[in-house]
Design a protein around this ligand. Structure first.
Ligand code: APR
Length: 239
């Protein structure tokens, strides 16, 4: 495997956005320490109490409008890697924030959906959405009142873009996993899929569930270890 020209797949999780001020999920101060998945992040929760689910995502969507929440050095380093690497770089993120896109990453797949989008339960249209959603919000396309849900993949639902992701995993020569605990599948299984044909590197604050499966593990805050790793990679490639 010659890492200098191979395509790269970068998997990211909530840890890459932590230093931008967004909470992770499973850290002691994480989101799932404040609220139960069963109450806000399943189709059953939405059917049972849509107002509560809207409230949970409205608060998270509003955070993205906070001027203090901006892409950090790790997001920016990945956008630079995409610009300068001599082969393709694809970011597959579990995150529903908009920080990779705002950092300038273009080849980006959000496998768990996006806070900045809504989807109509009646006409299935997905649309950009910045404001609060409520059970009374009409779909702008089919006018169905209360028909809109966050365009987020809930537990028990199929992740998005899986065909494109599987193709990229099959083609890559380098797989990076950044800021994810390795708890949630299918993302947690990607490293096992690529180990036979790609070099695998974990960049995380601390060892994750899948650390032992990686060729290399670099631990520390993403804003320190990701830019350093990207610099090292680009220098080695003479890029
Ligand atoms: N730099 C790097 N890594 C960090 C940092 C940081 N500053 N802060 C925390 N981390 C690491 C944690 O050590 C942890 O391993 O980021 C990881 C975050 O793990 P989770 O909170 O489980 O988030 P994630 O892996 O993205 O969760 C996956 O689970 O709840 C669902 O849909 C949700 O997309 C999410 C999925």
């Amino acid at each position: 495997m010659t890492p200098l020209v191979d395509p790269i797949v970068v998997l990211t999780g909530a840890g890459i956005s932590r230093e931008s001020g967004l909470s992770t999920f499973r850290d002691p101060d994480g989101i799932w320490a404040q609220v139960r998945i069963e109450d806000v992040a399943t189709p059953e929760a939405f059917a049972r109490d849509p107002a509560r689910v809207h409230g949970f995502y409205n608060a998270r969507r509003a955070q993205l409008r906070d001027p203090a929440v901006v892409p950090n050095a790790a997001h920016l380093a990945l956008a630079e890697l995409e610009r300068r690497w001599p082969a393709e770089v694809l970011i597959v993120t579990q995150n529903v924030d908009d920080l990779h896109a705002r950092a300038g990453s273009v080849r980006l797949l959000q496998m768990h959906g996006a806070l900045g989008r809504a989807r109509c339960l009646r006409c299935a249209a997905a649309m950009p959405w910045e404001e609060d959603l409520s059970t009374a919000t009409p779909c702008p396309l089919c006018a169905e009142a209360g028909g809109l849900r966050p365009d987020i993949v809930w537990f028990g639902e199929m992740p998005m873009h899986m065909d494109a992701i599987e193709t990229a995993l099959g083609d890559c020569g380098l797989f990076l996993s950044i800021g994810t605990s390795g708890h949630v599948y299918p993302a947690a299984g990607f490293v096992a899929e690529v180990r036979g044909h790609a070099r695998t590197v974990e960049l995380n604050l601390e060892p994750s569930q899948g650390s032992a499966l990686f060729d290399e593990a670099i631990h520390g805050p993403a804003t320190a270890i990701v830019p350093a790793f990207v610099d090292r990679l680009l220098k080695a490639a003479g890029a």
